[in-house]
Write a protein that binds this ligand. Structure first.
Ligand SMILES: C[S@@+](CC[C@H](N)C(=O)[O-])C[C@H]1O[C@@H](n2cnc3c(N)ncnc32)[C@H](O)[C@@H]1O
Length: 397
């Protein structure tokens, strides 16, 4: 039931400023007639050398902006400034309770409060990466070959472990507040799954940590991958996890709510994005791998006047092609009705291929200016992104 806004915000403010009990909070959306500069803001207490601080990570369409304010007047100002921005939804976890506030079009508050079944976990470590979403000692890491017999992550597998952990963190973040189908399992697909480290970890996270009923499929062209991964899934007794041998474009998968792709080679990422669009997947997370397609097109064509220096040297052309490819992919996903962002999902020391295209289907198409922006860019550089060809082949696009 709706209630007056001011007392709800006052309660919210008190929870956010309770440095002894706050676990984390997320604000998203916007109130009617308000235009907050952030898409999403996450808050959590952190223990810094200078004492306990409230950490704020604010996301716009391009990047995350982190700031820390000492609990006391500085944190009060940070919270008051944030509350004044007019974010529309709040999710606040404290040690014992979770409070959710949605602000209606009429400017009233829809509030729900739930007692945590188990105390919400609180970590004050400044290094977010140390807040593990999956226990490194979980036996499945050993089964897939990431951990040794003693349950320690193998030194040679540390990078893959961090990629997977951070990929899942990006998945977890985008799923906060998501409503899942109640009448059937959540369908998740990992395209180009290879040895399926991500597949197993994401299945574990969604089904056992988040407690969702999941129908999860890993797809790869390699028969050996399908046989090995299926055997491992059976050995773990994970009945909702299946593997298919086939191409991303054609594998017999009926549909998906969530599409994942970690380092699907070259244009296989485009295949994954196009398949996700064709399925109408709600969430798409794709960390691209090598980008040869536009590199070749740039090598064979003329750069627009004044931009020749960008592509004259091989290494710069390679890096520029990476940027151009992902910028155009993001634009095409927007044109397909997805709110899309490109983020760095893991520090570069764990892989140079550390960008992640994260898209949420909203059905909202971009305005004419955004289309013109895209068309101008492809025309000036004389390139045809693979994804545009794949999406154009889909009559619905
Ligand atoms: C670099 S590996 C990444 C594997 C896994 N996602 C990971 O990050 O550990 C790329 C995988 O994509 C698979 N692959 C590439 N193109 C594919 C396609 N068109 N259809 C299905 N699988 C594909 C390859 O067989 C390979 O296993």
């Amino acid at each position: 039931m709706a209630s007056p806004l001011a007392p709800a915000l006052a309660e919210l403010r008190a929870l956010l400023l309770d440095g002894d009990r706050l676990v984390r909070a997320v604000a998203s959306g916007r109130m009617r007639n308000m235009a907050p500069p952030w898409r999403r803001v996450e808050l959590r207490p952190v223990a810094l050398k200078a004492g306990p601080h409230l950490q704020t990570v604010a996301y716009d369409d391009r990047q995350a902006h982190t700031s820390n304010a000492a609990f006391g007047p500085a944190a009060e100002k940070a919270v008051d400034d944030l509350l004044a921005l007019g974010m529309g939804n709040w999710h606040v976890e404290t040690l014992g309770t979770t409070m959710q506030v949605r602000i209606t079009k009429k400017g009233e508050a829809m509030v729900s409060r739930t007692a945590a079944a188990a105390p919400n976990e609180r970590t004050l470590d400044h290094d977010r990466a140390k807040q593990r979403l999956l226990d490194p000692a979980d036996p499945f890491w050993r089964a897939v070959g990431i951990a040794d017999a003693e349950g320690r992550i193998k030194p040679t597998r540390q990078d893959k472990y961090r990629q997977v952990e951070e990929f899942i963190r990006a998945l977890d973040a985008v799923l906060k507040g998501a409503v899942f189908p109640g009448d059937r399992p959540l369908r998740v697909v990992d395209l180009g799954c290879g040895n399926a480290y991500l597949t197993f970890a994401a299945y574990r996270f969604l089904s056992h940590v988040r407690g969702l009923d999941v129908d999860f499929t890993g797809v790869d062209t390699k028969r050996q991958a399908r046989e090995r991964n299926s055997e491992l899934a059976t050995g773990l007794g994970w009945n909702g996890l299946h593997f298919i041998e086939g191409t991303i474009a054609d594998a017999p998968v009926d549909g998906a709510d969530i599409v994942l792709a970690l380092h699907a080679c070259d244009t296989a990422t485009d295949d994954a994005l196009a398949r996700a669009v064709a399925w109408g997947a709600k969430y798409v997370l794709a960390a691209p791998c090598c980008h040869h397609d536009l590199q070749k097109q740039l090598r064979g064509g003329e750069a627009p006047a004044a931009y020749g220096l960008l592509t004259r040297h091989g290494i710069l052309r390679e890096r520029f092609a990476d940027m151009l490819t992902d910028a155009l992919r993001a634009s095409l996903m927007r044109q397909a009705g997805y709110r899309t962002e490109i983020i760095e999902f893991v520090p570069s020391e764990h892989t140079p291929r550390n960008t992640l295209l994260r898209a949420v289907r909203t059905g909202v198409k971009p305005d004419a200016a955004a289309l013109t922006e895209y068309q101008t860019l492809v025309k000036e550089w004389s390139v045809t992104p693979k994804l545009s060809t794949l999406l154009a082949a889909d009559a619905g696009f």
